[in-house]
Every structure is written in C-alpha cells, then in structure tokens.
Design a protein around this ligand. Structure first.
Ligand code: GSH
Length: 231
C-alpha cells in the first residue's frame, strides 16, 4: 500500500486531500517534525531535504518501489497515476501546472515566512513582518483576480492546483486576512472546504496539530542548530 510520511501541516494536507479525492488506499507514517523525526535515517533515505511530505509507492513506475518528496511533484504523480485531478486538455493542463507552481514558489514560501516572522521569530523584525504581510495580501489579490475569471484555478476543472493552494489559505485570521476583501477567493474556498474528501484529508493526524505556542525544544529543532547541522 502507498505510504505517506507526513504531519498535519499545509504541505502534508495537500497529499492527504489528493489521496482522499482519488480514493486511493494509503497508510500514514507520522513524522513528528516538532520532535525531530524528520532527521531519522529512514526518512532521510527518502528525502535528503528532511521535510514532509514524502511518499513510498510499492507499485511505482515499472511496477517498482518508488519514493518521491516535494508536495507539488507528489500531487502531479498521484493525479497522473489515477488519471484524475489534472486536466487532459493540454492548455488546461498547463494552466493547472502554472497555478500549482504559483502555489509552490509563491503562496507556500511567502505564507511560511509570514508565519515565521509573525508567530515564531524570537524577536520582532518590523521590516520582515511588513514585507511578508504585504506579500500575503498581494498573493490573495492575484488569486482573487484569477478566480474572478474562472471557477477553479486551472479553469473549468477542480484540480491539484486547488488542492495545493487550499490548505495554505485555511485559518486566514492568523494572517490578518479577511476573505470579505477577496470575494472570489471566498467563494472558491467555501466550495473546497465543503467537499467531504477535503474534510477527511484535513482530519488526518488532526489530534497532533500544534496547539498554542511552540516549546523551546521544538523551536531548536525547527529553527536552531539541529536544523542546520550537516548530515
Ligand atoms: N517545498 C516542500 C516544503 C515542505 C516543508 O516545508 N515541510 C515542512 C512542514 S509544512 C517540514 O517538514 N518542516 C520540517 C523542518 O523544517 O524540519 C514541499 O512542498 O513539500
């Protein structure tokens, strides 16, 4: 059975949602990133980047065991394996990849830095806080403009581009975002949020979701020497 090495974060949820939407059987291998499990040798053998998510497919290309990391690559792999969630029409397919890359290169990294400087950094750095707040608003604006023209990010079809983006837009209040300022994003978000497969996807490992502030030990693992030592 396909294994997902994961944790309940936006990048993990992308893969959980896709698997639920595709109705593919899978087994969860929890990697507690606050406890340093991403540095376990078995995990490093799958992903030298020591970040969740990663998958192991015993029935990969050529019928062989196949490992893959980077959530965007995993979404493309799963969608192509199942023949769903990625448009077949060539133009729509490239639009899907365009918005998937927009999420991977823009929404994820910028929202991540917003979270770091607004919620986790040990000191207040006003320049960084303002920069990432501006970026978060700008990216919502770009999405809103796209979604004023089309129903889903790829165009007419719900796809892995929507699945990649949705988990990053959850808990908007934590980014000081009011969806009333982005009515097309609001409509799109509500439609995805209501899908039963999406609700099952975000429920994966939900009991392990971080509650409250980070401990010093977690902070050291995620942002301190542990993170940067040579492996
Ligand atoms: N570009 C990667 C990013 C993955 C990523 O940043 N994962 C975070 C959780 S959302 C992680 O595993 N962090 C562990 C760490 O920083 O050590 C992807 O999309 O898969």
């Amino acid at each position: 059975m396909l294994e997902v090495w994961t944790w309940p974060t936006p990048n993990g949820h992308k893969v959980h949602i896709a698997l639920e939407e595709l109705d593919l059987p899978y087994k969860i291998v929890p990697i507690n990133i606050g406890a340093g499990e991403q540095f376990r040798p078995e995990f490093l053998a799958i992903t030298p980047n020591h970040r969740i998510p990663a998958i192991v497919d015993p029935d990969g290309p050529g019928g062989r065991r196949f490992t893959l990391f980077e959530s965007g690559a995993i979404l493309i792999y799963l969608a192509e394996k199942a023949g769903k969630l990625i448009p077949k029409d060539p133009a729509a397919r490239y639009k899907c990849l365009e918005w998937l890359m927009f999420q991977m290169g823009g929404v994820g990294p910028m929202f991540g830095q917003y979270g770091h400087f607004h919620h986790y950094a040990p000191e207040k750095v006003p320049y960084a806080m303002t920069r990432y707040a501006n970026e978060v608003r700008r990216l919502h604006g770009v999405l809103d403009k796209r979604l004023a023209q089309v129903e889903w990010l790829a165009g007419d079809e719900y796809s892995i581009a929507d699945i990649a983006t949705y988990p990053w837009l959850r808990f908007a209040e934590r980014r000081d975002i009011d969806f009333d300022d982005y009515p097309n994003v609001k409509r799109w978000f509500a439609a995805i949020d209501a899908r039963p497969a999406v609700q099952r996807g975000v429920a994966v490992l939900a009991d392990n979701q971080r509650q409250g502030t980070m401990t010093d030990a977690e902070r050291e693992i995620l942002f301190g020497q542990t993170q940067f030592s040579k492996r």
